[in-house]
Design a protein around this ligand. Structure first.
Ligand SMILES: Cc1cc2nc3c(=O)[nH]c(=O)nc-3n(C[C@H](O)[C@H](O)[C@H](O)COP(=O)(O)OP(=O)(O)OC[C@H]3O[C@@H](n4cnc5c(N)ncnc54)[C@H](O)[C@@H]3O)c2cc1C
Ligand SMILES: *[C@@H]1O[C@H](CO)[C@@H](O)[C@H](O)[C@H]1NC(C)=O
Length: 587
């Protein structure tokens, strides 16, 4: 048996053959005689496992992904790809236009609608995203709508091109221990051959999803949100095929009628849909949702005879939880990411997006540690959890609040319409309903949750999470503005390529000869790139310079490789000092 025998050649009839690591470099050919090694072992080939591997590959770090399933995902699941996720992919060099083209056209998925049936009466509608003109001021990438399997296919394609990622399908991670050299030694089970093998890695990234066994094996508790009652929500998600391209456009349709409740998700109006029903096991057992029952529930919710075919049915449940640690106390180089680290209700579309930002936060830190940029590797790696756990808590709380708010809205509408199938005609009630719907608009336009989180902020100082307020906040993401660089229009975020720290300086900051500079820290140089406002780049609308306090004579902003701000200062000396102390070389 060689390691290559694990490669998948069955996934959806399509071979996913990633080039293996250079022979002998990190993988021994025969796992019977010696333990194969990989710098980073990634458990789980879902979107977060794969993006982690890709981001590490950008830093020339090899990894091996272990995925227990033989084939890829065939359920559409998540589909809203938020601005921050797109910014992360943009920085990693993805072709964002191509990614967008994998989903429906924006005008096909423009609204969240509250209706009696897909073709029936509309109580109100909310535009998706934060309205394109405003979004353009805040981010270079307004949100996209791409079904998860197409996103995953694209991620795998990019992963294959790196030449640094090995994928083992049909292999299950069972447990891990730390050996005498401080390496993780994982026990893996090959589901096809029923063999057990061991694999050593310096790092272990647990991206094994909501029901992760890694959490238990790494001894990390997964508690409910503090102060929240535990309400587990049970879902029946029915995927079906139908051509409903002639029906009104939209991405989500909340069906609210005395004859039934549910939500349609439109992945592609011409072919791919889901109908989601919430149920209460105490009242209705899951076995109640037979194919026949689901078929008639969907037919009623559509509201007119349209042929459709049920593809699959998933019965699942979730409630908001966030792991107590993301870095295992007993395994200092093992980390949780994505759904393995946090579970949110789907209201808000934050699950997948939070996971992408987890991977982005951790990847450059692992690279910085490996390059010797820091004297305090433990501290930098710890900051992954101290920065990301509060974000997960806020996102979990908001997703849960969304769920309650939508439930309240549905109840309010039901109360207002009573038993009438073709409801309300008086304009007063109509206005009231429309207003009630619009009151929920924040939940579908939560720009602040996607790009406004500030690392290191005390919870009491929290800015409004739904609304986004740009500014120069240490720990916050560098605010976007359209700038001119040479002949090109770009985003301020495009200045941060991920491979160095960045200084954005005013014309008067320090003397031009002092910049650019390199930080000679210990045995290694930490690359720092400098861009001067009004020399190397121009703020096209002039707003950014103001809210960033860059209209002063002498000011500079220090930015991390992941586009988050370290600090703003007036003097080069204090800027260098801040960088030194950030990387653990002083203080
Ligand atoms: C039915 C359903 C509908 C959803 N709808 C939405 C939605 O509309 N919007 C939204 O934002 N989110 C939605 N989600 C959540 C979203 O799909 C997740 O947030 C996202 O998939 C998380 O990615 P991940 O990589 O962290 O985990 P996953 O996608 O769960 O990937 C984990 C991977 O790890 C593998 N694995 C697990 N254990 C092991 C092991 N021991 N060894 C090897 N491999 C292992 C699994 O096979 C899986 O491939 C939905 C989830 C479900 C279940
Ligand atoms: C996790 O497992 C539980 C219990 O088996 C199940 O009810 C739930 O649907 C699973 N969650 C997900 C997101 O797969």
């Amino acid at each position: 048996m060689t390691t290559t025998s694990f490669y998948d050649s069955t996934g959806k009839g399509k071979a996913i053959l990633l080039p293996s690591a250079a022979p002998g470099a990190h993988q021994s050919a025969n796992p019977f005689f010696s333990t194969p090694e990989t710098p980073v072992l990634i458990v789980g080939g879902g979107p977060i496992g794969v993006i982690s591997a890709i981001l590490l590959a950008r830093y020339r770090i090899r990894s091996t992904i272990i995925e227990k399933h033989m084939s890829g995902l065939d359920l559409p699941k998540a589909h809203v790809i938020g601005s921050r996720t797109l910014e992360i992919l943009r920085q990693a060099g993805f072709d964002i236009d191509r990614l967008r083209s994998l989903g429906p056209k924006p005008e096909d998925s423009d609204f969240v609608r509250f209706v009696t049936s897909l073709i029936g009466f509309e109580f109100g509608k909310i535009p998706l995203g934060s309205g394109s003109t405003e979004a353009d001021d805040f981010t270079p990438e307004s949100l996209a709508n791409v079904p998860q399997p197409r996103l995953e296919d694209y991620l795998y394609e990019v992963a294959a091109q790196t030449g640094l990622i090995t994928l083992w399908r049909g292999v299950e991670w069972r447990s891990s221990s730390v050996d005498n050299d401080g390496l993780e030694e994982s026990v893996l089970f090959n589901r096809r051959t029923l063999n057990t093998i061991r694999m050593r890695s310096k790092y272990l990234l647990a991206c094994d999803g909501a029901n992760a066994s890694s959490r238990t094996k790494l001894d990390i508790p997964f508690p409910d949100l503090p102060g929240q009652p535990v309400i587990k929500t049970h879902y029946v998600t029915v995927y079906f095929e139908a051509d409903m391209s002639h029906i009104r456009s939209g991405i989500l349709f909340f069906i609210i009628s005395p004859s039934g409740l549910g939500t349609f998700i439109s992945y592609d109006r011409a072919s791919t849909w889901a109908f989601v029903m919430i149920y209460y096991p105490a009242k209705t057992p899951a076995s109640f949702f037979t194919d026949d029952y689901c078929w008639s529930a969907i037919a009623t919710a559509i509201g007119k005879p349209i042929p459709f075919k049920i593809l699959s049915k998933t019965i699942w449940s979730t409630h908001p939880r966030v792991a107590e640690q993301y870095r295992s106390p007993a395994h200092p180089n093992a980390f949780l990411l994505g759904d393995a680290a946090h579970a949110f209700p789907p209201t808000g579309g934050l699950g997948l997006n939070t996971g992408f930002a987890d991977a982005h936060n951790l990847a450059w830190k692992i690279s910085a540690v490996e390059k010797g940029w820091t004297k305090d590797a433990g501290g930098l790696l710890d900051s992954y959890q101290s920065e990301r756990i509060p974000v997960a808590l806020a996102n979990a709380q908001q997703s849960y609040a969304n769920q309650l708010a939508v439930a309240e809205l549905v109840e309010f509408i039901l109360d207002t319409i009573g038993e009438e199938e073709s409801p309300v005609r008086d304009s007063q009630s109509l206005d009231k309903l429309e207003k009630a719907v619009l009151e929920n608009k924040d939940y579908f336009q939560a720009m602040g949750l996607h790009i406004g989180h500030i690392y290191g902020q005390e919870p009491d100082d929290a800015l409004p999470v739904v609304e986004y307020v740009p500014g120069c906040f240490p720990g916050g993401r560098l605010p976007h503005a359209w700038i001119q660089v040479g002949d090109e229009t770009r985003s301020t975020l495009d200045l941060v390529d991920g491979h160095c720290f960045l200084v954005l300086a005013t014309r008067g900051f320090a003397s031009a000869e002092l910049l650019p500079f390199e930080c000679n820290l210990g045995p290694h140089k930490v690359p720092v790139k400098t861009f001067r406002l009004g020399v190397d780049f121009f703020d096209l609308k002039g707003k950014w310079s103001k809210f960033m306090n860059m209209d002063a004579d002498e000011a500079a902003i220090l930015v991390r490789p992941d586009q988050h701000i370290v600090c703003q200062t007036e003097y080069l000396e204090s800027l260098v000092e801040k960088l030194y102390s950030y990387l653990g070389f002083s203080g």
